[in-house]
Design a protein around this ligand. Structure first.
Ligand code: ADP
Length: 511
């Protein structure tokens, strides 16, 4: 059996290198080094340095004489092994990364450089293998690969989610029953939804990339609108409910309601403007017809009611003496109902007058406190369930429409009585505040929840809980607010559910 001592180191003596020096150099190497004898059966290891002993955990005596394969244990099916076998067979060099196992069974990754040693005739006599333990590097590499795979998976998932939400958003935008346009900061159209194309009977070539003001026959080229749109990006103030009535190409005269907002996104969608356009031609027409109907109906109702009132007065004058008491009670009840009906029809007529802008103010100078007291007395005579307690005074003469202010007081007092069925007192307080007069009507009734408080002055609004319990049309407070507004005053309320409400109004003493 050959040993390292029999190896010839070509050229070594001529360079002044002693065998001992070369031997010590091999042992000093931090890389594991082995030499195999290719001319013996099964290519056994004939030399290993100390570093190799350290890497493998085997001692020299356990290594010498073995084929290198013992390092792979049972882990045979490695591609690196085929590469080594090929290199041995062909007498070539090779570099592989191979899984090896220490004596204690621990896996270590071995980076092996293998080269043939040839004799003078060129036959391969030995192989020299230089090995490095690259377990840590390999572990880091494998972790990196794993992380990359996890990340790729996450990116894939997120991309799918993004695509889904994009598709979701665009399906909403496409199905929305409003025309939508997205503009860049220079007011060029970047995109439009299907509803826009259908509504205006245009195609994308005529729309996308065009300036908003050049669309159609210049329908959006309106100075006032331009002024508002220019302010959207710098101030973030949206354009709300801007009405455009115009003879549009293809679709004729229409009334469009336009709302515009800045799209609140950063990145590539920054500084975009979203315009929503709604065709309100039909809705406005229906509202107009409803208002016309209200106006006609209330006029038509008022005429026979005035006759009924007149005939009732005649009946009262002509009544024969000695009628039973019951007759008078019924007579009073009929009168009361006529008064209520008259009040409702007056309110209805006022609504239609307000709608058409036909409400007129007939101003006079009168004693304000007297007017309030008279209205309270009149309401008191119609209500036996509640006592109306009047406090304070203004002590001033006011210039205003007395009839209309009486109407406001009537509405507030009637509501206070109606919406406090379980109590028996209503409080009215008058005061002079700076150059205004102020009246407060307070009840301790059902109160109004916060949400409804914002809406009670809207036309036809009725608190949902009370619709069935209390009769009404939801126009009293609307009329009050319009009258007070026309007097340059303010009306407001303070209320808490189940704890009553206070309605206040102020008007200037001098108009
Ligand atoms: P109506 O009384 O005919 O419904 P109004 O315009 O006078 O119409 O009032 C609108 C709504 O405001 C009422 O339906 C009711 O819900 C609420 N409201 C008005 N006054 C009072 C009050 N004093 N207390 C509680 N709720 C009130």
């Amino acid at each position: 059996m050959r040993s390292i001592d029999n190896l010839t180191f070509q050229g070594a003596p001529s360079r002044g290198l002693s065998f001992e020096l070369l031997f010590s150099a091999l042992n000093a190497s931090v890389s594991g080094i082995i030499i195999t004898d290719n001319q013996q059966p099964d290519n056994p290891i004939i030399y290993c340095n100390e570093a190799f002993e350290k890497i493998s955990g085997y001692t020299r005596s356990e290594i010498i004489g073995h084929n290198c394969r013992f390092l792979q244990g049972k882990d045979r099916a490695q591609k690196a092994r085929q590469l080594i076998a090929g290199a041995v067979k062909n007498g070539e060099t090779c570099r592989v990364e191979i899984r090896n196992y220490r004596k204690n069974g621990d896996l270590f990754w071995n980076e092996l450089f293998m080269a043939p040693v040839k004799d003078k005739d060129g036959s391969v006599t030995h192989f020299i293998g230089v090995q490095n333990d690259i377990t840590l590097r390999k572990k880091a590499e494998l972790e990196l690969i794993e992380q990359k795979a996890v990340m790729e998976e996450q990116v894939k998932e997120r991309t799918v989610k993004l695509r889904e939400s994009e598709a979701f958003l665009s399906s909403i935008i496409q199905t929305v029953r409003e025309s939508l346009l997205v503009l860049d900061p220079d007011f060029k159209v970047i995109s439009a939804n299907d509803h826009f194309f259908k509504t205006f009977k245009v195609n994308s070539q005529e729309t996308i990339g065009k300036l908003l003001y050049d669309l159609g026959n210049g329908q959006w080229n309106i100075e006032k609108l331009k002024e508002l749109l220019v302010k959207i990006l710098p101030t973030n103030n949206p354009v709300l409910d801007f009405e455009v009535e115009h003879e549009f190409p293809h679709i004729g005269k229409k009334l469009m309601l336009l709302n515009a907002y800045r799209i609140e996104l950063e990145g590539q969608y920054k500084d975009r403007i979203l315009i929503a356009i709604e065709d309100i031609t039909e809705r406005r027409e229906i509202e107009r017809r409803k208002d016309d109907f209200l106006s006609i109906a209330s006029h038509e109702l008022k005429t026979p009611l005035t006759s009924i009132k007149g005939f009732m007065q005649m009946l009262k004058r002509l009544q024969p003496a000695g009628l039973p008491e019951q007759y008078h009670a019924i007579f009073e009840k009929v009168n009361l109902s006529i008064e209520r009906l008259n009040g409702l029809i007056t309110d209805l007529l006022d609504v239609s007058r307000i709608q058409s802008g036909n409400i007129e103010i007939h101003k006079d100078t009168f004693n304000f406190d007297q007017m309030v007291m008279d209205a309270v007395d009149q309401m008191q005579s119609l209500s036996s369930s509640h006592k109306i307690i009047c406090t304070g005074s203004t002590g001033v003469m006011v210039t205003a429409d007395e009839q209309q202010l009486v109407q406001v007081l009537n509405n507030l007092l009637a509501n206070a009585i109606k919406y406090s069925p379980d109590s028996s007192e209503i409080f009215v307080h008058m005061s002079k505040v700076s150059d205004y007069v102020k009246v407060s009507v307070r009840d301790t009734g059902v109160g109004i929840n916060l949400e409804d408080q914002q809406r009670v002055f809207q036309r036809f609004f009725r608190g949902a809980e009370f619709q069935k319990k209390f009769a009404g049309m939801g126009i009293g407070l609307y009329v009050c607010e319009q009258i007070i507004k026309n007097h340059n005053g303010t009306i407001w309320l303070e209320s808490e559910k189940n704890h009553g409400s206070t309605f206040n109004f102020t008007i200037p003493i001098e108009p």
